[in-house]
Design a protein around this ligand. Structure first.
Ligand code: ATP
Length: 252
């Protein structure tokens, strides 16, 4: 499988002078086309920092991160922003939607910037995505008139507008109730099955157990990894037990 993102010996530190602390301490990781990956680990172990480093949201101090062979450090800020906008999609715990826009406009807004496609074409694509994720009827609604799960679906539509190669999700189900979280995971799994790689950061063993490759982080390093077959919807308990057993083995 072709690599989409490759990180080699990534070091990221925070602080100044003698107070510097390596939050990523020489992490190497590859994400391949179509992979469904999650990152688990204790709070503060560096999961979000790793996601920010691999997606170019944050500059690293040492090491190398490439996206489809392109060294992110060689890109100017606007080139990096362009690459993120066209090649990557982001889904956070709370979708950052604007209060003065309806849901459709929120979804299409980022696509209107620097895009030569016609507005009607962009809106049509957004409508198709809304249909696809089951929120077609919410087009004109204000964001205060939708549930957390519906807003997260809108956030996913927005992330999919550029037809990204990879979706990064930082606790994308963290603010949702169990049913909405399950539905969002099913949606991400379907999107992944259609060919988009997905990388999630999660604290939740049930979420991680639905992915196919779980990386475990501890103190700024990836200390272990568990590979699982594609989730069929049947064997969640056994998968969770494997995740939990691995966490016990590592001691996290
Ligand atoms: N901008 C920053 N400045 C200083 N320290 C930071 C900054 N961002 C993160 N850190 C520190 O880096 C460490 C790793 O943070 P990170 O958010 O990557 O952890 P995490 O594993 O995602 O944690 P959580 O599960 O709690 O979200 C933490 O100790 C955090 O306080």
């Amino acid at each position: 499988m072709k690599k989409i993102i490759s990180g080699e010996n990534i070091i990221k530190q925070y602080g100044t002078g003698g107070e510097q602390r390596k939050v990523l301490d020489g992490v190497s990781v590859d994400i391949h086309e179509g992979e469904f990956v999650s990152v688990m680990g204790p709070s503060g172990s560096g999961k979000s920092t790793l996601m920010f480093a691999l997606s170019g949201m944050d500059r690293i101090d040492e090491g190398l991160v490439t996206f489809e062979g392109k060294d992110l450090a060689s890109l100017e800020d606007d080139e990096l922003a362009d690459l993120r906008r066209t090649g990557m999609g982001f889904v956070f715990q709370q979708p950052t939607l604007m209060k003065n826009l309806n849901i459709l406009d929120n979804i299409i807004l980022p696509s209107m910037r620097g895009n030569r496609r016609k507005a009607a074409e962009i809106a049509e694509q957004a409508r198709q995505l809304m249909q696809r994720v089951g929120i077609a009827e919410l087009e004109k609604r204000d964001i205060t008139q939708a549930s957390g799960g519906q807003l997260q679906r809108a956030g996913i539509c927005r992330a999919l507008m550029s037809r990204p190669r990879i979706i990064f999700g930082d606790e994308p189900t963290g603010a949702l109730n169990l049913k909405a979280a399950q539905e969002i995971m099913e949606l991400l799994s379907d999107i992944n099955e259609e060919g988009t790689a997905v990388m999630l950061v999660t604290h939740d063993a049930v979420i991680a157990a639905k992915t196919e490759r779980i990386m475990f982080m501890c103190d700024g390093s990836i200390v272990d990894e568990l590979r699982l077959p594609r989730f069929s919807g049947q064997d969640i308990e056994e998968r969770m037990n494997r995740v939990i057993a691995k966490m016990r083995e590592i001691g996290i």
